[in-house]
Design a protein around this ligand. Structure first.
Ligand SMILES: [Zn+2]
Length: 242
């Protein structure tokens, strides 16, 4: 099944490349994403980052592992969205899924958006929530989710804003997709904040409202769309931050 999914994704990619940018054949999913953001979508895929053998970032001050906080936060978001939109969980337990498998599992689905949940880490002492996006059709959703997280994070977090970055989970899926980093586990005060279940619940609640706002209103009030970028899919061998 996995190899079939890979083959299908490869064929879809090849076809989209041959067809050229901007030709979507009327499908709602689209390889490039050079279009306005979605409105009226019926499904949200929640992707809790890392898992299993891959712990992600580990806080030196709290000992929390990113994979556990991400899954907890994903489940809180699932509960907040329950009954309002269909929710699909990329992982439900402590299991490892390759990034390329996550991208191909999310692709090919109409009326669907993908939200990846992570916690950040850096050696430079920075903190604050941050949202990555790459596709034009993901700009509005990234703006809404980042605003939501900024409304919950304390002012001293110094919110880091939304960042256009070509990652395997922002460039490669063929549907609107964003990757939300809720905070820096490398920052002691922020790690303690992220360790608080009440804080994670407020974050989940705010992000659920942002997603439902996008569903109801599309890109309205999220600013002008960014310019299309014609860049190849993100590969594991790409240098970081490229
Ligand atoms: Zn991560």
């Amino acid at each position: 099944m996995k190899s079939w999914t890979f083959a299908a994704a490869g064929i879809a990619l090849l076809f989209a490349s041959c067809a050229g940018p901007g030709r979507t054949g009327g499908l709602q999913h689209d390889q490039w994403g050079h279009r306005p953001g979605p409105q009226g979508f019926h499904t949200v895929i929640i992707d809790a980052g890392h898992g299993g053998k891959d712990p992600g970032a580990i806080s030196r001050s709290t000992g929390d592992q990113e994979k556990d906080l991400a899954l907890d936060t994903a489940k809180r978001l699932q509960r907040q969205l329950s009954g309002k939109v269909r929710v699909v969980m990329m992982r439900k337990g402590d299991s490892f899924i390759e990034l390329d498998d996550r991208a191909s599992r999310a692709s090919g689905k109409d009326g669907t958006v993908l939200i990846s949940i992570h916690y950040n880490s850096s050696s430079s002492g920075i903190r604050g929530p941050e949202t990555y996006y790459w596709r034009v059709d993901s700009h509005g959703l990234a703006t809404r989710v980042q605003r939501a997280m900024e409304s919950v994070a304390p002012s001293e977090s110094g919110n880091r804003g939304k960042v256009r970055r070509r990652l395997r989970l922002t460039r490669n899926p063929d549907l609107p997709c964003i990757l939300a980093e809720l905070g820096y586990l490398s920052h002691p005060a922020e790690a303690r904040l992220c360790a608080d279940p009440a804080y994670r619940e407020r974050m989940a609640s705010a992000r659920a409202r942002a997603i439902l706002d996008q569903q109801a209103n599309g890109d309205a009030s999220t600013g002008s769309l960014p310019k299309p970028i014609y860049a190849p899919p993100s590969r594991p061998t790409d240098p970081p931050g490229s």
